[in-house]
Design a protein around this ligand. Structure first.
Ligand SMILES: [Zn+2]
Length: 84
């Protein structure tokens, strides 16, 4: 049977309705109050527009993509010798 929460994984058993991961999530929600868990997940997993654009800028900074006519491109350092 497929988990009734994530609809992806198999359930823990025939009489269970959740997979092992979702069953764990449910136990955590019960243990720590859903409100607190939602606040944590919102902070960690859900990003607003500002955070998304900030994240994209940071990612672009890290990737050295060569654009046409861009002389600022520096090839990544290599340990291989050029005289081959
Ligand atoms: Zn599941």
């Amino acid at each position: 049977m497929v988990c009734s929460f994530c609809c992806v994984a198999e359930t823990e058993g025939w009489l269970k309705s959740y997979c092992s991961d979702c069953a764990m999530l449910k136990r955590m929600l019960v243990l720590h109050e859903p409100k607190i868990c939602i606040d944590i997940l919102r902070r960690c997993l859900i990003r607003n527009e500002n955070q998304i654009s900030h994240k994209i800028k940071a990612e672009l900074k890290n990737t050295s993509v060569k654009c046409e006519g861009d002389d600022s491109y520096l090839p990544p350092p290599t340990t291989r010798s050029k005289s081959k």
